[in-house]
Design a protein around this ligand. Structure first.
Ligand code: RB5
Length: 159
């Protein structure tokens, strides 16, 4: 039985295009002993991706999950939506390298994957890399702090 001590709790969500990939990622994560909070969707019936991105992002922002994983056709809609929630740094990763850098340099706390872009057999490797890579800190912390400051500041010229 895998040791689940100190494993982050993972919130996961997908639209109809990402449903099958979500199910296969969930199976992998469960086998690794992760606690999973699946917000849906539960079939291939057409739904709106922002509804799922929002639920996952809000769980991460509130500390109810430490990591979010989102799938839609391209991953673009999921990442755009999740990044609207303060405290969320969602990264669209399409291979192991981008998943690694999203954690090491950007301290991403949400991973978005395009289920119609990335072959299903590669998605597990992307998820594994994201979960197993630590944030490097140092000069990257300064940059992430600058990203995070946008959550709190009023941007000049906006109402
Ligand atoms: C749904 O057809 C599609 O638009 C969605 O899965 C995603 O790719 C949006 O970014």
């Amino acid at each position: 039985m895998p040791d689940s001590t100190n494993r982050p709790k993972i919130a996961i969500g997908a639209d109809h295009a990402g449903f099958h990939t979500k199910e296969s990622i969930k199976k992998f994560l469960a086998g690794q002993g992760y606690e999973i909070d699946d917000v849906g969707t539960a079939s291939e019936e057409s739904v709106d991706y922002p509804d799922y991105a929002r639920q996952v992002a809000e769980r991460v922002a509130a500390g109810r999950a430490q990591v979010g994983i989102l799938m839609c056709g391209t991953g673009i809609g999921m990442s755009i939506t999740a990044n609207k929630v303060p405290g969320v740094r969602a990264a669209l990763a399409h291979d192991v390298m981008t998943a690694h850098m999203a954690r090491e340099h950007n301290d991403a706390n949400v991973l978005a994957i395009g289920a119609r872009v990335v072959p299903e057999e590669q998605t597990i490797a992307i998820v594994r890399e994201f979960l197993n890579t630590a944030f490097a800190g140092g000069r990257h912390q300064r940059r992430v702090d600058k990203i995070n400051s946008l959550d709190k500041e009023k941007v000049p010229g906006t109402s």
